[in-house]
Design a protein around this ligand. Structure first.
Ligand SMILES: C[S@@+](CC[C@H](N)C(=O)[O-])C[C@H]1O[C@@H](n2cnc3c(N)ncnc32)[C@H](O)[C@@H]1O
Length: 386
């Protein structure tokens, strides 16, 4: 997670807040906060007039990082830290650059220094914990998340990660896990806002992720030549389901996408294949969804953020028309009903899925075992409403 929005303190060297430099900086900041890359030229101008302007230097480095200009970003953060050694945001972002470059030890040092500099900042704790999980250092990761909780940082986010790092697990009978029965909204948003830009490159390009096209193909086989369906895409992400629906022929006459992450929705909007894209929590949105409204509901790689799925299945059953289809993927477990895994994702058992569809008026049409992404076992389900 790169820290972007905060305005760091100016430390011991005052930065001009008025006069020509102050006005230039205010103009640069307005463009930066609007996501306008032309802010870089204005930050350059601020620094040409006043090289000690740490906030301008820090934000310029962020822009370089976002543009993938890692050398320029690293040099920028190093200069910020030369002038203000305890700048926690710069330490955190420098750590992220080390991690991108495959240097976890250097990244770990930066994250730990960032936490020491500003214990109230969540990002370095999140980054450090995830780095430790990737390295298989679960007990240390758990401690990092527990410490963050003790500092009163986002309880939902760090509680979820702590439960996952601590061994996760869900209880078969009660359906109660060490963590919550679903991932908290803040965790989903943090994860996918940070990941949106690289999502397709990583998942499709590197991990051979094909679930959206596979689910659409399952539904298309059942529907046959008929098209003109009203389709709901739960957790639409960057819009890969929308893209798959369009080719070949038109299966959907309307397509509604729901997601929590602003930046994933921005990516989906660019694909221009959704009738409507809405930022909402799936469970909350479904609870208010109209009855008997959709012909096809798809959830591709989304139930990994839910352990308990009873309410979701009840509402999907209600919002489907008679004969409508429900296509989704899960990561699979043989233990109990559902499980919170060390990865922070959930898995469901076949027995639990069967319990859910029979309880909510749905019939199994097809179950296909697949690799959800490289090395991760799962299954695709196609259900039909009676
Ligand atoms: C792994 S991505 C899959 C995206 C897309 N379905 C695909 O197959 O490419 C999971 C998506 O689900 C969204 N998501 C997870 N939990 C959610 C929730 N409770 N409400 C809304 N969106 C959620 C995330 O923001 C993310 O975009």
């Amino acid at each position: 997670m790169t820290l972007k929005g905060r305005f760091p303190g100016s430390g011991s060297i005052p930065t001009p807040s008025h006069g020509a430099v102050g006005e230039l900086y205010a103009a640069a900041l307005a463009r930066y906060e609007a996501g306008d890359a032309s802010a870089a030229a204005l930050f350059d101008a601020v620094l040409a007039a006043y090289p000690a302007h740490v906030p301008a230097r820090y934000k310029l480095a962020n822009l370089h990082k976002e543009a993938g200009e890692l050398d320029a970003a690293e040099a920028g953060y190093a200069e910020v830290l030369r002038r203000q050694p305890a700048h926690a945001e710069a330490l955190n972002n420098l750590g992220a650059i080390h991690q991108l470059r495959g240097a976890p030890a250097a990244a770990e040092t930066c994250y730990r220094e960032a936490i020491a500099s500003d214990p109230a900042l969540p990002a370095p704790a999140l980054n450090l914990g995830r780095l430790l999980i990737d390295a298989g250092r679960m007990a240390e990761a758990e401690r990092v998340f527990a410490d963050a909780q003790a500092r009163s940082l986002d309880a939902g986010l760090f509680g979820h990660l702590r439960a996952a790092a601590g061994g996760g697990s869900g209880d078969a009978r009660a359906g109660v896990a060490n963590g919550a029965a679903r991932a908290p909204e803040s965790y989903v948003r943090e994860t996918f806002d940070a990941f949106a830009g690289g999502f397709e490159q990583r998942l499709v390009g590197e991990l051979d992720y094909r679930v959206p096209a596979q689910l659409v193909a399952l539904a298309r086989r059942r529907v046959g030549a008929a098209g003109g369906l009203d389709v709901l895409d739960l957790g639409c992400g960057t819009g890969l389901v929308g893209q798959s629906l369009e080719r070949p022929g038109t299966l959907a006459r309307s397509l509604v996408g729901i997601d929590l992450s602003t930046r994933m929705l921005d990516e989906a909007r660019r694909k221009a294949c959704y009738t409507s894209l809405q930022q909402a929590d799936i469970a909350a949105w479904l609870a208010g969804a109209p009855g008997a409204h959709f012909d096809l509901v798809i959830a591709a790689d989304v139930f990994i953020y839910f352990g308990e799925l009873d309410a979701v299945f009840a509402d999907v059953g209600r919002t489907l028309r008679a004969g409508g289809l429900f296509a989704f993927s899960v990561e699979t477990t043989e233990q109990g009903r559902w499980q919170l895994l060390r990865s922070g994702r959930y898995a469901q058992s076949d027995a639990y899925i069967a319990e859910l569809y029979s309880r909510h008026g749905l019939i199994l049409e097809e179950r296909l075992p697949v690799a959800i992404r490289r090395g991760v076992a799962g299954a695709l389900f196609l259900l039909r409403k009676r």
